[in-house]
Every structure is written in C-alpha cells, then in structure tokens.
Design a protein around this ligand. Structure first.
Ligand SMILES: C[S@@+](CC[C@H](N)C(=O)[O-])C[C@H]1O[C@@H](n2cnc3c(N)ncnc32)[C@H](O)[C@@H]1O
Length: 274
C-alpha cells in the first residue's frame, strides 16, 4: 500500500468516527512514520512496509476511540521541546506556550522560579532549558511528577520536583517568579468538553471548585509569603476569568495585566508584588 492510499483510508475511517479534521489523518501517518506532516504528500507514492501499515492501523484503531494522538504516540511538542505524555498528565497546550513566552521575559538566568501544578513538566523544563534558571516545580499528583522527572531528564535539565498541595511542601523557600497553569475549569464547563479531553485527560488537571477559581485563590493568597521583593506572578487563566483574577490580585499585587492569547481570549495574568 502507498502512503496516499493509506492516507485516504485513515481519513475515511476517522470520518466514520466523526473526526473530520483532515490534518488528523496527516498527523497520524506522519507521526507513525516519523516524518514531517508536510512530507506526507511529497512522499505520497512511497510504498509502506507491512510493519508500518500495521503500526498505522493500530494507532488508527485507538484514535477512532477518541484517544488523543499525543497519548497514542506518547509524545507532545512544547516550545520546540519534546515531552513524553500519558494519561497521568495534561497534554501541554499551545496557549501555554504563550504563557511561557511572557514568563521568560521576567526571568533571568539567576532567577528562582516556581511552577505550581507542573503536570508533564512542560513549563518548568522549558524555563530551565531556555533560561538556565533555578526551577522548582510542584504537583499534587505523584504520577504526574514521575512523568515530569522523566521529561526533565530527557531534556537534560535540572528541576527540583516536589509533591505539594499548592505551597504546602515549600516551607520557607522564596522565589523571584511564580508561574502556574492550574486546573481552572468548573464542573459545569467540564461536562461540555470534547471526549478527547473529558474521557482521557486527568480530571484533577482540569477541574476545580468555586467556578474554576479555587486554586487561583490559594495561590494568590499565599504567594506574597513565597515571593522575594519585586517578585512576579504569571498565571494562565480561563477566557472568562480575567476580571475575577484581577480582583483577586489587587490586594497584594501591582502592575496587573491581563493579556489575550492568539485567539483573542483572555489567557495570561501578570503582576508584581506590592
Ligand atoms: C492544567 S494542568 C497543567 C499542567 C502543566 N503545567 C501544563 O501547563 O501543561 C494542572 C496541574 O495541576 C495539578 N494540580 C491540581 N491540583 C493541585 C494542587 N492543589 N496543588 C498542586 N498541583 C495541583 C494537576 O495534577 C495538574 O498536573
């Protein structure tokens, strides 16, 4: 079978499972063959080996059950770096790359940085890799921390990982910059998410109480104790949470900015300790 024939088969089978974005088929074939997505058409007449065909068909079977491709292949790209992912961690999102870009502007190679809710380690590992800063990362999930440690090792960076409920394990440590992409979806919003997210990504990484504000409230209330003078906070926020976050920040923080992502939605909150 040629690549172009396989591509057509994959497209049709995905459509039958209501997965209609044609890029999905291209990604599935490209990632299985370890080629660029753009090369799928350039190599369209290339014959697939039997083992390549078997691998594509096995992945297709999983994808038709709406398992996200990143979990099927066990890999997600984030900020040009490669991260192992499985069902114990959220698949890092492109919006979070924008949060990291903003955070990097606040970080020097000598900065002490804390990532709260590190998941796959995407934020912590990227900051350590790009800035060489001293990075501590916490998560309440032991299983997520195992993956994050593996990703730090694979990307050859040192990050101090700790199991912690927000700040609970940090004693009297202090940081220059606190970054967090915490769970921020309400139970009600969660019910309307696509099956790829709702059925496969960890609920602990997505949902929290208080209309999605619970963890922000914990972080913002205690952050002053854990920040050095002139310390900064950088939060990923939900598209409808800008006002609420601004209100939470204004007691102890100044220079509060709510920035939009490339889709035009509120996505990043930045502030400095008063
Ligand atoms: C939205 S995910 C973010 C993962 C990763 N930082 C990213 O941006 O891709 C939120 C993470 O927060 C963790 N988490 C949830 N509640 C927490 C808590 N109370 N304390 C620390 N981490 C928590 C979850 O286990 C999950 O890994």
């Amino acid at each position: 079978m040629k690549i172009k024939e396989m591509l057509e088969k994959v497209k049709q089978e995905l459509e039958s499972a209501h997965i209609t974005d044609s890029a999905e088929a291209e990604w599935l074939v490209a990632l299985t063959l370890d080629i660029k997505r753009s090369d799928v058409y350039a190599l369209a007449n290339k014959e697939l080996t039997i083992s390549q065909q078997k691998k594509i068909v096995a992945y297709l079977k999983k994808r038709k059950k709406h398992i996200p491709l990143a979990y099927i292949i066990g890999n997600a790209e984030f900020f040009g770096l490669s991260f192992f992912v499985n069902k114990d961690v959220l698949i890092p999102r492109p919006e979070t790359e924008e949060v990291v870009s903003e955070a990097l502007k606040q970080i020097k190679p000598t900065s002490k940085v804390l990532d709260i809710g590190t998941g796959s380690g995407a934020i912590a590992v990227t900051v350590a890799k790009k800035k060489g800063a001293y990075v501590t990362a916490v998560d309440i999930s032991k299983r997520a921390l195992k993956i994050a440690r593996k990703n730090a090792k694979n990307n050859q960076v040192n990050v101090d990982f700790l199991q912690s409920n927000v700040f609970s394990a940090l004693n009297n440590r202090k940081f220059d910059v606190i970054i967090s992409n915490p769970p921020y979806i309400s139970e009600k919003e969660y019910q309307s998410l696509m099956p790829e997210v709702k059925d496969y990504e960890p609920k602990l990484a997505l949902v929290t109480e208080d209309d999605g504000l619970k963890i922000y409230k914990q972080i913002i209330k205690d952050a002053p104790k854990y920040l050095n003078k002139n310390g900064k906070i950088v939060l990923e926020i939900g598209y409808n949470q800008g006002e609420a976050i601004k209100n939470l920040l204004k007691q102890d923080f100044k220079d509060i900015e709510i920035k939009s992502d490339l889709q035009g939605n509120d996505r990043i909150a930045l502030a400095s300790l008063k």
